[in-house]
Design a protein around this ligand. Sequence first.
Ligand SMILES: [Zn+2]
Length: 68
Amino acid sequence: MPVHAGARVQQTGTFHCRDCDAKVRVKKGERLPDCPCGSSLYTSRTKEPRNRSAVRSRKSLAKRRRAA
Ligand SMILES: [Zn+2]
């Protein structure tokens, strides 16, 4: 579902401009800025698996250590 610039973000996440695919990181409660390209529509991209990626990087670190 597209999100308009100026809309308040319900969940911290990265939004992608629908026209130029620029990535904008917006925190929960903040408003989406207009994209520099002039577009004010973003594709909704609120899912940011922060915890999951942290776990993943920890796991890959362990793997690297084991291999070395
Ligand atoms: Zn744009």
